[in-house]
Design a protein around this ligand. Structure first.
Ligand SMILES: [Zn+2]
Length: 457
């Protein structure tokens, strides 16, 4: 390269980069500077010659000055090289952010210095190595290039020196990010990035799979169009939200709501005709619930927990379109069995220290087991072999909801062991023991146990 017109731009490389990537570039450079023909000449000798000391001769040859030292035989063309007269050649980089927002550090360079000067005509000698390194802070592009400042500026003559580059290397070390997607509220992607040579993760917005050939997102029951914020198919529950178009997505409020479509709680009950049917409860369709005592008790318990600031696991089930938890009534103690909840809407529980929790709190306890089994089966399966699963629930959701429902003090615990007995309270949200009803309940439990024993004999 050379400072004259048309020769100032060397090779350039542009790379798409991600936060965490490291870019390293290096190149060898040199230029010929015949003005240092005899490096044996020291600054002291030059000063002596210029001051007219004996043994030195100074002659003018064209634009340059020749200095000869008679005693050593050293000689040089002296045309003082000020720093600004050295060729202005660079290995430089510029970062261009994908989001257009300028960074504090968005460029840099390494400049050819006097170390690159070769003083003999054959050009043999060491190169100077120029290096730059940059750790990328955000997604964008990086330009790496070899360039030179123009010779048409005030230092014209010095810039016309030829600068030679060799072995230009650019290394791009990828960070740990393989893919990045940003979303508009309704799920349309922007600012997408995928590392070259990797398989695309198609499970994007809300973890649902993108169907590239259709341009829709597969929610299982229905296909969603993120560019329109509309379902491709009619909502099977369209009747329950008649004020919206049947193609609406989360009531047109993706910031506050997640898709309530799904399997949720299946509350089983016996209808007027004596037939066992179910109501699918998603946490927000209580208004559509049938006028059935058990279904209404379940919803009362759900709303009580949630409104008090508990019921976290029940909400997780109601809001998760991928899981289906069956709920059925039992006249005995509430329990979770193989993904279904058998709930006694009248039975709370009394623990070691006299603490009584409501049937609503018990329902949250069983919901936690069911949710864990549905979403984290391996852990549930493993922990259920020991006391670990019970302790997780007792110390977690049970305590949290019992506190929210005011059944234990703020710094209290429900119990320290997985022990307790069912007690009949005055309704799903009550933790007051109905003694007579509790005695009758216990009598029924004993009769049931006796019956089971008789059958086994
Ligand atoms: Zn339990």
């Amino acid at each position: 390269m050379n400072g004259s017109r048309g020769e100032r731009q060397g090779p350039r490389k542009t790379l798409a980069v991600m936060a965490g990537d490291t870019i390293r570039a290096r190149v060898r450079a040199k230029y010929l500077d015949l003005r240092q023909e005899q490096p044996g000449l020291t600054a002291d000798m030059i000063l002596a010659a210029l001051s007219g000391a004996p043994g030195y001769t100074v002659t003018v040859e064209g634009a340059a000055t020749r200095i000869a030292v008679n005693s050593t035989g050293a000689t040089a063309l002296l045309n003082p090289l000020e720093e600004e007269q050295q060729p202005k050649a660079f290995l430089s980089w510029q970062f261009l952010p994908a989001n257009g927002k300028k960074l504090d550090e968005d460029g840099g360079f390494d400049q050819v210095s006097a170390a690159a000067a070769i003083s003999n005509k054959t050009g043999v000698g060491n190169h100077e190595v120029l290096e730059v390194e940059y750790i990328v802070k955000q997604k964008g592009w990086i330009n790496l290039e070899l360039d030179m400042a123009g010779a048409d500026s005030y230092e014209a003559e010095s810039r016309n020196i030829d600068v030679y580059f060799d072995d230009f290397e650019v290394a791009h070390h990828h960070g740990l990010i393989v893919q990045e997607d940003s979303y508009y509220p309704f799920g349309l992607t922007f600012n997408e990035y995928k590392m070259e040579g990797t398989l695309a993760n198609k499970f994007k917005y809300n973890g649902k799979e993108e169907q590239e050939e259709w341009g829709v997102i597969d929610y299982g029951a229905r296909m969603y169009q993120a560019d329109l914020g509309r379902w491709f198919n009619v909502d099977p529950l369209a009747d329950s939200s008649w004020s919206f178009t049947p193609y609406h997505y989360v009531a047109n409020n993706p910031i506050l709501l997640v898709d309530p479509d799904g399997r949720d709680f299946y509350i089983w009950y016996e209808n007027d005709k004596g037939k066992t049917v179910h109501f699918r409860f998603n946490g927000s369709n209580a208004a559509d619930a049938p006028d059935n005592k058990f279904v209404q008790q379940f919803i009362t318990a759900y709303n009580y927990n949630v409104e008090n600031g508990g019921g976290e696991k029940m909400q997780a089930i109601a809001g998760n379109s991928d899981i289906k938890i069956g709920v059925a009534e039992t006249e005995f103690s509430s329990q979770h069995h193989l993904g279904n909840i058998y709930w006694n809407p009248n039975a709370g529980a009394e623990y070691e220290n006299g603490t009584v929790v409501s049937p609503a709190t018990v329902l949250e306890h069983e919901s936690d087991h069911a949710n864990q089994r549905a979403t984290n089966y391996k852990q549930w399966d493993n922990d259920s072999r020991s006391n670990k699963e019970e302790l997780r629930v007792i110390n977690g959701s049970e305590q949290k909801t019992a506190k929210a429902n005011g059944e234990i003090p703020k710094n209290g615990v429900t119990r320290t062991r997985h022990e307790g007995k069912a007690v009949i309270t005055y309704g799903p949200t009550s933790n007051k023991v109905n003694k007579a009803a509790t005695q009758a309940h216990q009598k029924r439990l004993i009769e049931r146990a006796k019956k089971a024993l008789d059958q086994n004999q």
